[in-house]
Design a protein around this ligand. Structure first.
Ligand code: NG6
Ligand code: CA
Length: 511
């Protein structure tokens, strides 16, 4: 069914957009469609991994095309330094640390988003959009007792995605299969699939016991079931025909995305597209293998960039470029060795995955959550500009509510920063709580406060700075982007006021 959104919402739009979209909605000719919205979230792509963010060591021409034709944010954030909480923030508009289950999930975890709340995709559905989730999910599926041989429920459709084609968790976690609308795609009923995060299935090889079967070896962890010659986290058995091949995953997701776009090109669509790169295991297609000179991590970034290019070209081919709002970002900062011997450390050379920022994935320092963040909408956004406004992925809920005129029906942490997202205002959010791993930092203006927290200063094995310290840390990002000069002693009053402000927002965190 072709839906055209007309609009009661346009008076609201005219406020939000300074009249730019204000049309008189009386006659048929004046009916104007909302933009399509395509949100692309890479996995572990750092602030310094993109050439339009200053990388000289890797070229990402397609992501750069978005920067060149749109607005590039220097201070765009995810809520958290790991995937599950970060995606939870994006989808719900809420700080993930308000939900005790929003932490890195195994592949058999139940869905952690309440199916009764107004999520980002539900809001878009209310505005008349066709909605789809394709690629990395990592928000849980089912109720905790999943039988992967039947339809899994609840699934993305219960939080607002009418179509979904996803990997349940990460590419290093079982089950290594695609799930389409809650059903394992390509499953042969004669070869049922079983998944466990507790124990192996009798007679099944593992990376630990059968390293001779591996084409890529773990550096830490990742020594359980073997799929496509790579040992993973967790155990699975059966489902052979449905198992993915890492080398063709990118193509599979891109193909599904194009199909959905084609089917919905005449109505506004909202698509969340979760790239699986450059998360481990990094196993790009042969088209990219060896092309970056940086080993599989660099090659996987080239493949991610290719995927972005495929989607942009397809929008162009269908004449949808002008009225599609594309938002590109990453779920968290970068990591080099995240568990496989893939030469990422050895071949890194001068490349700085987090650019000028300190820390990376898992970190409370900005490298954990300040990520590439680019917005393109040719009809509305001036091309080739850069914005220093502080914006967070979580803000899409309130901002797209403003854009579509669909009212918010609950309290959110999400803020309406639509004018900043469209380059009409330099003003983003004034404050942001940043999540590392089960700990928080607080940004207000240019200042970041990191309260004391117990634990190691470096993530075991990966070597990332965690940002943990027994002392208060206070940094001024304007004068000290790399967070090296701790001003907490000098600026003790600032520490006190920021501490109080953080406590006010987050007094129940992790309870
Ligand atoms: C960690 C994994 C890491 C990665 C991460 C989740 C080990 C030793 N490390 O537990 O490889 O999978 O979880 O990454 O198992 S995320 O980007 O999805 O949050
Ligand atoms: Ca990630």
């Amino acid at each position: 069914m072709k839906k055209t959104v007309i609009s009661s919402a346009f008076p609201i739009l005219s406020t939000g957009l300074g009249g730019l979209l204000c049309v008189s909605c009386t006659g048929k000719d004046n009916v104007k469609k909302f933009p399509n919205v395509l949100v692309i979230i890479a996995d572990d792509l750092g602030y310094g991994d993109v050439s339009s963010y200053g990388s000289q060591t890797i070229q990402t021409p397609n992501i750069d095309r978005l920067s060149g034709e749109g607005l590039r944010f220097t201070q765009g954030y995810s809520t958290s330094a790991t995937s599950t909480p970060s995606r939870y923030g994006l989808m719900t508009g809420m700080y993930p640390w308000r939900n005790k289950d929003a932490k890195i999930l195994p592949g058999d975890a139940p869905l952690i988003i309440d199916t009764h709340v107004q999520t980002l995709p539900k809001l878009m559905q209310e505005a008349g959009y066709a909605t789809a989730a394709i690629g990395k999910w990592h928000l849980g599926l089912g109720d905790g007792h999943v039988d992967w041989n039947t339809a899994v429920s609840p699934n993305p459709s219960d939080i607002g995605y009418e179509y979904s084609y996803i990997q349940a968790a990460t590419n290093d976690r079982v089950p290594c299969v695609f799930v389409e609308n809650g059903k394992v795609d390509g499953l042969d009923p004669a070869d049922p699939i079983y998944v466990s995060y507790r124990e192996n299935f009798d007679g099944e090889p593992t990376g630990k016991l059968n390293p001779e079967l591996l084409k890529m070896h773990p550096s830490h962890g990742h020594d359980m079931s073997i799929v496509n010659g790579i040992s993973r986290i967790g155990f699975m058995k059966g489902g052979k025909a449905a198992r993915w091949t890492d080398e063709t995953m990118a193509e599979v997701f891109v193909t599904k995305a194009k199909k959905f776009i084609l089917e919905h090109k005449d109505q506004p669509f909202f698509m969340y597209f979760g790239l699986h790169q450059p998360h481990v295991p990094r196993v790009p297609n042969e088209k990219f293998a060896g092309k970056s000179g940086m080993g599989p991590r660099g090659d996987a970034i080239l493949e991610a960039d290719w995927g972005v290019g495929e989607l942009l070209d397809y929008l162009e081919k269908l004449g949808l470029t002008e009225n599609t709002l594309v938002i590109f970002s990453s779920d968290n900062g970068p990591v080099v060795d995240d568990g496989y011997q893939d030469q990422a450390v050895e071949l890194l050379g001068d490349h700085q995955p987090a650019g000028p920022l300190r820390g990376g994935k898992y970190s409370l320092f900005d490298g954990g959550t300040r990520v590439p963040f680019i917005v393109r909408w040719p009809e509305e956004i001036e091309r080739g500009k850069v914005s220093d406004a502080v914006v967070c992925q979580m803000d899409l809920v309130a901002s797209l509510s403003e854009l579509t005129g669909v009212p918010l029906t609950q309290q959110y942490d999400s803020r309406n920063v639509l004018n900043a997202l469209l380059g009409k205002s330099p003003q983003g959010r004034s404050e942001l709580v940043i999540e590392g791993i089960r700990n928080l930092a607080y940004r207000e203006g240019d200042w970041v406060l990191i309260p004391p927290s117990e634990g190691p200063a470096y993530v075991e094995n990966t070597g990332t700075d965690t940002g943990r310290s027994p002392e208060y840390q206070l940094y001024n990002l304007k004068t000290d982007l790399g967070q090296r000069i701790n001003l907490a002693t000098q600026e003790s009053e600032k520490v006190e006021t920021m501490k109080r402000a953080l406590d006010k927002i987050a007094d129940k965190a992790f309870q």
